[in-house]
Design a protein around this ligand. Structure first.
Ligand SMILES: *Cc1c(COP(=O)(O)O)cnc(C)c1O
Length: 358
């Protein structure tokens, strides 16, 4: 028998979440599968969505090439665009759509010779102040690209800084800035990431760009949006110990038993992607029952409290996150966000299943 640590990934849940996003927003939806599909495996996720996704998005050209090599034929948008002329050559060879977010990339395109015109997504900085053409420069950039024979369609896009905050004035302002600066320009529009799809109908346009919601990790978990978790990170109890009051557990003796404590050792650690920083008290499920992490998470193992779970034994299943323990609650306990936990997944094998969510 092999080590029981695994990430079980339900591809039917992924399709369910994609459909939900696409229906809610209307129009077309890019499935954002950058960073190895937020840790879920980009090729497997792309294949699972190939029958219905209008297009895919990744961050960098290398990620797009991996999908093309795996036989994915849908359009693929590269969200960071070209870093150099080689990226544009790949884009032409493999028919990639390229984001253009700064003047240097427009110059690069001007010097690029393409047999077929490239589809470009022209990004505006409408208020995030990270990347994108300034609103005042946008129409001129659009005109310059439109005049290039190597550029075909131009999609107008921007990205929200605070779409996961339901009433953020900053998002309303970004929408207004974008609409003003694109008034009269031809072409499809795209504004919404997951937070936009779930919370900002005023930003619905031609294309949605859902990422995190595809994986069932709701960026606004205070409302139930009907998403289904795609990944269950699971393992099993590999040893059981009893601590007497006063005895310290694990590295640094960080947890000291105050009462007789039954400890389960779990085959999972930070080398698998479970956050080392998760403190005592972080929720975890054993045999489907909620309990807590105790002591330091170590590289390959971690310890959980079985004091109130007398039936738990070596081999009992453990869910680190999934349906019983949402990845959002673990992220919150660890002082981070579900995005980071999911895309940090490593070492554990991924097991794909494809069954309709309950
Ligand atoms: C990553 C990314 C997305 C997806 O964001 P989520 O918050 O995961 O939905 C959408 N658009 C752009 C430009 C991105 O970089």
């Amino acid at each position: 028998m092999s080590r029981p640590a695994a990430a079980r990934i339900n591809l039917a849940a992924l399709r369910h979440n994609y459909r939900l996003a696409r229906t809610r927003h209307g129009g077309r939806a890019l499935a954002v599968i950058k960073a190895n599909a937020y840790g879920h495996g980009a090729v497997a996720c792309a294949r699972a969505l190939a029958g219905e996704a209008d297009a895919f998005a990744v961050a960098i050209v290398e990620e797009a090439l991996e999908l093309r090599e795996a036989g994915i034929t849908q359009p693929i948008l590269v969200l960071e665009g070209a870093f150099g002329p080689d990226d544009l050559i790949h884009a032409s060879t493999h028919d990639l759509w390229m984001v253009v977010h700064q003047a240097e990339q427009i110059d690069m395109l001007a010097a690029h010779h393409a047999a077929r015109p490239l589809t470009v997504w022209l990004k505006m900085d409408s208020g995030m102040r990270r990347a994108g053409l300034m609103p005042a420069d946008y129409a001129a950039a659009h005109a310059r690209l439109s005049a290039m024979p190597q550029v075909g369609q131009i999609v107008l896009m921007t990205h929200f800084a605070r779409a996961d905050e339901p009433d953020a004035a900053a998002t309303a302002e970004q929408i207004a800035v974008f609409d003003r600066a694109t008034a009269g320009l031809p072409g499809a529009r795209s504004l919404c990431n997951s937070g936009g799809v779930l919370g900002w109908p005023a930003a619905y346009r031609d294309w949605a760009r859902p990422g995190i919601l595809l994986y069932g990790a709701d960026p606004m978990p205070s409302d139930d949006h009907g998403l289904t978790p795609v990944m269950t990170l699971e393992s099993a109890i590999m040893n059981v110990r009893n601590l007497a009051p006063g005895e310290a557990l694990g590295y640094g003796g960080r947890f000291v038993a105050e009462v007789p404590t039954r400890v389960g050792l779990v085959a999972m650690g930070y080398a698998d992607g479970y956050p080392r920083i998760a403190p005592t008290g972080t929720p975890v499920a054993v045999d489907g029952q909620l309990t807590r992490v105790i002591g330091r998470v170590s590289m390959d193992m971690m310890t959980v409290d079985l004091t109130d779970l007398p039936g738990a034994h070596i081999g009992s299943p453990v869910e680190l996150w999934g349906h019983t323990v949402s990845v959002n609650t673990v992220a919150q306990a660890a002082g981070t966000i579900a995005y980071e936990l999911l895309c940090n997944l490593k070492r554990v094998r991924r097991e794909y299943i494809d069954t309709a969510p309950a």
